[in-house]
Design a binder for this molecule. Sequence first.
Ligand code: SAM
Length: 229
Amino acid sequence: MVYGLQYFEKQREMIVDYLVMEGYLTDQYVIEALKRVPREEFVPENLRKYAYLDQPLPIGYGQTISAIHMVAIMTNELKPRPGDKVLEIGTGSGYQAAVLVEIVAKMNPERRGYVVTIERIPELAEFARRNLEKTGYIDYVKIIVGDGTLGYQPDAPYDKIIVTAGAPDVPEPLIQQLKTGGRMVIPVGNRFIQKLLIIDKTENGLSKKWGIECMFVPLIGKYGWRDGE
Ligand code: SAM
């Protein structure tokens, strides 16, 4: 069976409305963005029909595209705004980056917001590049292959930083590369279960707030878990 554009649009509308109704989504920018990004273009071809099931889906190399409610909650907490420069660690499929681009760049292109996203697995970075190209987001995204726990100094400081893999602790370079007045959202815990940590960098230091429990694949790198640990 071939699933058409209207089928996916309807599914997208329904899941976003459900997330709003359940109270996961409150930020109007994030609601709009999630309604616009075609998630079916960011999953492997054979999983397209499951794109709007609210669960993580495999994207190869032992990695996943996060469940929609998790993208919704994290983006809602991050509060991206038009014109923001956002750093994402863990590009995966490119879906989260596309949601961010909708807000920081597409909603007001004159403000020149963009997303820098880092992925450690080159094949996934390539998968994300193709997905972002075919959906028209690529012009607003810099994809870097490497260890995201080091951040990306050339474009620092960032208004917002989002980490989409589970960390043992907050990588120090990411704190340094966050603007004063900026916000970071990062899952912190053990290799299997974490809690979202929301960090605001203020002139008086860091203010931290814990969010919901979550289960992310591990953040592997110098300031994350060791490979094979
Ligand atoms: N944000 C992605 C999306 O929208 O599809 C999902 C991210 S997936 C849950 C986590 C990703 O983080 C994986 O692709 C994994 O390879 C990547 N990753 C893990 N450690 C990393 C690191 N140190 N630097 C960059 N990427 C990393």
